[in-house]
Design a protein around this ligand. Sequence first.
Ligand code: E4P
Length: 217
Amino acid sequence: MKFFIDTANLDQIKEAQALGVLDGVTTNPSLMAKEGITGHDNILKHYVSICKIVDGDVSAEVISTDFEGMVKEGEALAELHPQIVVKVPMIKEGIKAIKYFSDNGIRTNCTLVFSAGQALLAAKAGATYVSPFIGRLDDISTDGLNLIAEIRLIYDNYGFETEILAASVRHTMHILECAKLGADVMTGPLSSIEGLLKHPLTDIGLAKFLEDYKKGN
Ligand code: E4P
């Protein structure tokens, strides 16, 4: 399972990269705005800064909602750096753009996916990644993890190569459940990744080992 971090915060990306288990980064316009990154040129520069920190794919989202606009933006984003994956929303024009990018060797992440039907369409169009938003489904009392299971089944039935990128991961249990269900990738905050480290018996056990070592030395 690949681990992506879902942030535009360079310090957090550096911290995750230093752990040695990071495979990529996802961003979105809200995450960029949260870091105060505004203006076309600054946004592009920020993507390049992220690419320089992480060894892996960096999703950069288009803002246009029409086919021509998405293609123009996506081509410019893809030219920024070889690690860039163009993030395209799951709308009619987005599917056309994903098909165009796929035919022209540009990798894509189909975002804002909330149903298995949408995921099927994204795979048919040739998306590199599909991003089901599990946390946002949970927010409206719908089982986000069940969507991961449905997409896994459908993709396996037909051998689709589109990778399931479990997005809107909010906590450590989401990561574990997605791993059990066979998601190819998860993207979440640094806290969700660091949560995998923690167990009280590890802390108690280590304290005892160190205490016993001191007794004998
Ligand atoms: C995915 O690529 C999105 O950036 C993200 O996971 C959305 O998460 P949220 O629902 O916590 O905003």
